[in-house]
Design a protein around this ligand. Sequence first.
Ligand code: GUN
Length: 292
Amino acid sequence: MNILDGKATSKAIQQEIAAEVAERTSKGLKTPHLAAVLIGADGASQTYVNSKVKACERCGFKSTLVQRPADISEEELLQIVDDLNNNDDIDGFIVQLPLPKHINEQSVVNAIRQSKDVDGFHPASVGKMVLNLPTFLPATPYGIMQLLERYDVPTQGKHAVVIGRSHIVGSPMSILLSKNGAPGNCTVTLTHSRTKNLEEITKTADIIVVALGVPEFLKADMVKDGAVVIDVGITRVEDASTPKGYAIKGDVAYDEVAPKCSFITPVPGGVGPMTIASLLKNTLLAAADKPA
Ligand code: GUN
């Protein structure tokens, strides 16, 4: 059993990015600048956005955090998006999801200028991804593809089963794994809440990506020997024995599943850190060869 170490891989990628930023600056190119918009005070979202901002600083990027209360109107948020679209110093930005219920998420995502859409959520970015054209790939699926690539995990001709069809992870993951490329060329089954006999399907999988948000959902008897298991779950579960009062749980019953796997991602330290590395890669791409 091999651990796909997202923490170490993300650190290595961030070092590569920092070196590239230093080289850019020495050539008189612009310092990449990422902005993040955080609405409301959800603890998990705050943690993610803070990690993104800190990673920017480590890599020599500029970062801007725009924080507003949960009762902001959709119109005000669209104005912030418009300002970021028109701010030439900002190369890319993200609006952290989920947004408060009274705001239409799709309207906000649609308003992001595609050339600054470093989350890869804009319909034009999604369309390019489907067509296998160069674009910003959504950070979590992109991070998983990089882990598979850097660990030389065989994917060609393999049966990959994705559990969960969210726009952020499951759906793009199914597209990237099936694309003609390396990693890629998988035969993909995308499963979801209406799938029948899920266990019968996962037992035939060479690669399983679980992105449900249900702690310890994937059990050992759902996995065949030698499978590759990618755990995207990061649910906070109350745990009075920890200093923060909660523990982070993945979607995989790790202790019983890991011994059966050829490769597995741990939680924490697997997919999560890779998401940040991917966002930084996208921001570097957005800055391209703009002069300082
Ligand atoms: N919420 C959960 N994951 C993500 C992400 O990758 N980007 C944004 N903007 N919001 C998220």
